[in-house]
Write a protein that binds this ligand. Structure first.
Ligand code: PMP
Length: 293
């Protein structure tokens, strides 16, 4: 297998040499932000939107990304090219960097930027064809007024705990509610339901991450003539929905065919989901930053 190269300490190095200090506050405290991005056929899907979210997350926690938007674009592109990837998943991490054992971020000298690019298929192909089974978990989405889900921070323990619950229930994903019992999102995906011929997704204020795939899908669906609403809904609405699907960079667009044992629709991916998946697969090749012509 070809060598994997990782961007770290301002350069691309073989992955075995990509090491950080045990005093990095990203490691010690989850103090940092990140992005997950995909490239499709030489196009980095919605790169500007991902970078904008990265800089917003960083600004919110008073972390200065030591590269400009343009420099980050070049670093990500160079990492993909060095790894000879036309298609792949890109992880960008910006941590507070090396400090002492105390929590004080002001004692950290320099933020650390890491870019990893590799191939990734989150679920086997059959699941994209047949759909996923998910369960509601007991853990709730952390409250927006405590740690805002709009900040894509390295503090993912809430999501990790939710994923553990899904794993224990042998489910492919978790349905996470917010503190008021409204549907928020999955452990790392946004959720859509189809209800009376309309697409419905929870509004951002209910506590989901503002997904780039979610945004793209809303736009593609509207362009294709579908009605889309951002409205709160409950588990009951999910159980009786005609269709349910999840969106996320890693998961892409995937149908959900069972929720807490209730079969959704006829138990197979529905017409809206299949059409939107088809449109999504077309768009991802051009909507973004082309780096291989
Ligand atoms: N929610 C959470 C908690 C996530 O981690 C992700 C993945 N980044 C998403 C939703 C989907 O967002 P995106 O489409 O930007 O990948």
């Amino acid at each position: 297998m070809a060598e994997q190269w990782v961007f770290i300490h301002d350069q691309l190095v073989p992955k075995e040499q990509a090491k950080i200090s045990v005093f990095d506050h990203g490691f010690l405290y989850g103090d940092g932000v990140f992005e997950g991005i995909r490239a499709y056929h030489g196009n980095i899907f919605r790169l500007d939107e991902h970078l904008d979210r990265l800089y917003r997350s960083a600004r919110s926690i008073m972390l200065e990304v030591p590269y400009s938007h343009e420099e980050m674009t070049k670093i990500i592109t160079d990492t993909l090219l060095k790894n000879e990837l036309k298609d792949g998943y890109i992880r960008v991490v910006v941590s507070r960097g090396v400090g002492d054992l105390g929590i004080d971020p002001f004692k950290c000298s320099q933020p650390q930027v890491i870019v990893i690019a590799q191939q990734l298929a989150l679920y086997p192909k059959e699941l994209y064809e047949n759909g996923l089974e998910i369960v509601t978990v007991a853990s709730r989405r952390n409250r927006p007024d405590v740690l805002s889900p709009k900040v894509k921070s390295l503090n993912y323990l809430n999501n990790v705990l939710v994923k553990i619950e899904a794993n224990l229930a042998n489910a492919g994903e978790a349905l996470m509610l917010n503190d008021q019992g409204y549907v928020a999102e999955a452990s790392a995906d946004n959720i859509f339901i189809v209800q009376k011929g309309e697409l419905v997704t929870p509004p951002g204020y209910l506590g989901a991450l503002e997904g780039i795939t979610r945004d793209a899908l809303i736009q593609y669906a509207q362009d294709a003539g579908y009605q889309v609403k951002e409205e709160p809904f409950t588990r009951h609405d999910v159980y009786v929905a005609d269709e349910v699907f999840l969106t996320g960079t890693a998961a892409e667009v995937i149908a959900v065919v069972k929720v807490d044992g209730r079969v959704i629709g006829d138990g197979t991916p529905g017409a809206y989901t299949k059409d939107l998946l088809r449109i999504f697969r077309e768009k991802v090749r051009t909507d973004g930053h082309l780096y291989i012509k």
